[in-house]
Design a protein around this ligand. Sequence first.
Ligand SMILES: C[C@@](CO)(OP(=O)(O)O)[C@H](O)COP(=O)(O)OP(=O)(O)OC[C@H]1O[C@@H](n2ccc(N)nc2=O)[C@H](O)[C@@H]1O
Ligand SMILES: Nc1ncnc2c1ncn2[C@@H]1O[C@H](COP(=O)(O)OP(=O)(O)O)[C@@H](O)[C@H]1O
Length: 264
Amino acid sequence: MKKYKAFSKVNVFLKISGKRGNYHEIVSRFMRVNDLFDELSFVSKEKVGTNSNEFGIIGDFACKTEENTIYKAYKALKSATNSEALEKLMQTHAVMVEKNIPAFAGLGGGSSDAATYLKMCNEVLHLGLSLNELAAIGLQVGADVPFFIYGYASANVSGIGEVVEAYDEELLDFEVFTPDVKIATPKVYSAYRENFYEPIDGFATQKLKETPSKEILQSMSAKEANDLFAPALQEYKELKEHYRQGYFFSGSGSSFFKVKEKEA
Ligand SMILES: C[C@@](CO)(OP(=O)(O)O)[C@H](O)COP(=O)(O)OP(=O)(O)OC[C@H]1O[C@@H](n2ccc(N)nc2=O)[C@H](O)[C@@H]1O
Ligand SMILES: Nc1ncnc2c1ncn2[C@@H]1O[C@H](COP(=O)(O)OP(=O)(O)O)[C@@H](O)[C@H]1O
């Protein structure tokens, strides 16, 4: 059975440029973490001994199936395509997930699983959807999903996550650690809105979008690079104890990362 990789990401920088309803417009560099990924595959229910017709996800998850991003992606794909073949596939097969990306981590694990599931269905069922169409369906599941649909190693992401522009640069090798602090993304964004709101201007945005990730990580501090770090520290005081000098904060947390030192 073919296995599909669902990579994780870090936000090399994440700046807020404005508000859109309850959401925030961001300007962010997303970079794939090449050695941290989940693996997804379709397995026949017969083979794994389930005979239920219900949507099946096999894997180590803390949430209910209805809350799983993979299930949400299924619902969004079904309503976009009305595909009977999709319904049939999910009656006879379950999605097997080898979960390696920690949850509540700012590494986009749930979003990446959703994107990978959409791409798997598109391929297996020959749905013929373009990446743009898949990204629009994915956006209904989560703001980070479009980045994973396009599959770029590095990209400038803006809007609330729907504008994804490939950025051509060397892929960096990251060291990542995830403190056991369960961060809720909406809580961090609302703390930002209440106490730290200072949107970036067009000039600074353009400069950041043009600067290679390596330079950004050499020249900015963790707080400068990520507008969500200060509000996350305010809301989750214990984060401070986990912070190590020289590391950067990914997304709304709780993961920290830095470029791996080259071995001599
Ligand atoms: C912060 C980032 C950075 O990459 O990722 P994570 O740290 O979660 O991985 C993203 O902006 C998060 O993406 P994601 O976690 O997919 O967000 P969603 O599920 O779509 O939204 C959860 C909630 O976060 C807030 N939200 C999300 C995205 C955004 N641009 N502005 C927001 O204000 C909204 O309150 C929304 O209801
Ligand atoms: N496929 C999934 N993988 C991981 N977490 C998921 C998934 N589907 C839903 N969740 C739920 O999403 C939340 C964390 O999302 P996740 O994408 O792992 O973190 P983050 O957005 O911080 O990168 C948790 O509430 C988790 O239970």
